[in-house]
Design a binder for this molecule. Structure first.
Ligand SMILES: C[S@@+](CC[C@H](N)C(=O)[O-])C[C@H]1O[C@@H](n2cnc3c(N)ncnc32)[C@H](O)[C@@H]1O
Length: 246
């Protein structure tokens, strides 16, 4: 299976999927606020929401929030990790009649032809996934997503983005380790902060991160023809940004 992001395939392991879903997702600072702003931007669109897609869905947290808000919408949940799709099936059980799960690698150029029949989409959301692609592929992908959107459709990326300098990266790392440690302790764990920090710095997916500045990614979206492009929320390396199809 040729792909542009071989390293990101670590996500296809059950161990990493479980470690992320159990130990990391719940620790992400401002996760609830990210979802809130995502839903506010979606609510501000002019047209109604019929079909939505969650790209790199993991267990489908973001797409499920959209489906909760739009009871008549259908959802396509895309990921190349079977353990993640299994977790999504579990989370989306209550929405089973209006969801479809699709295993594919959006790093491959042929992914669009497998998706097109499910669209056009009123909403495309993606969370912490696209940063595994090279910058040129990210830009291409944003163009492919624009093509898949219905007029007025919204794309929102809840994403890990680059700090301006390594000094700022250090501030983000400390914040994130504190959040991971607090989440671990609240879940009954007994690891020290330095153990959590060691695991954070040597996590298996880190090598596949290709972080890009959010300003640059917003510029790509504008150049591609998205309207109303903005970064709606940002905490250091965590950003919610996107735009809509005119
Ligand atoms: C950090 S998890 C985020 C999951 C979820 N979106 C969230 O917000 O919690 C990244 C997800 O992107 C998926 N992913 C990464 N690269 C992918 C690709 N090229 N094609 C499809 N899925 C991909 C991984 O399998 C994983 O489920």
């Amino acid at each position: 299976m040729p792909s542009t992001d071989h390293d990101a395939r670590v996500w296809q392991s059950s161990e990493l999927a479980a470690a992320y879903l159990d130990g990391i997702r719940g620790a992400i600072p401002l996760a609830a606020e990210q979802i809130d702003i995502m839903l506010r931007v979606i609510a501000a669109r002019d047209a109604s929401v019929h079909a939505i897609m969650d790209l790199g869905c993991g267990d489908g947290l973001l797409g499920a929030a959209v489906l909760d808000a739009y009871p008549s919408a259908t959802g396509l949940f895309v990921d190349f990790s079977q353990p993640m799709l299994d977790a999504a099936a579990e989370r989306l059980r209550d929405h089973a009649g209006r969801t479809q799960l699709l295993q594919l690698d959006y790093g491959r150029h042929d992914w669009v032809s497998r998706i097109a029949a499910y669209g056009p989409f009123g909403v495309v959301v993606s969370g912490y996934s696209i940063h595994h692609q090279t910058d040129s592929r990210k830009r291409e992908l944003y163009g492919e997503i624009l093509d898949l959107l219905a007029p007025g459709g919204v794309f929102l990326n809840v994403e890990h983005v680059a700090s301006a300098t390594p000094w700022v990266t250090g501030i983000f790392d400390d914040l994130f380790i504190d959040a991971l440690h607090a989440h671990h302790r609240n879940s009954g764990g007994e690891k020290t902060r330095s153990k959590v920090a060691e695991e954070y710095y040597f996590r298996p997916d880190k090598v596949s991160n290709i972080l890009a500045p959010v300003d640059e990614q917003c510029r790509w979206l504008r150049e591609l023809g998205y309207a109303d492009v903005d970064c709606h929320l940002r905490l250091l390396e965590l950003a919610v940004f996107g735009g809509r199809k005119p």
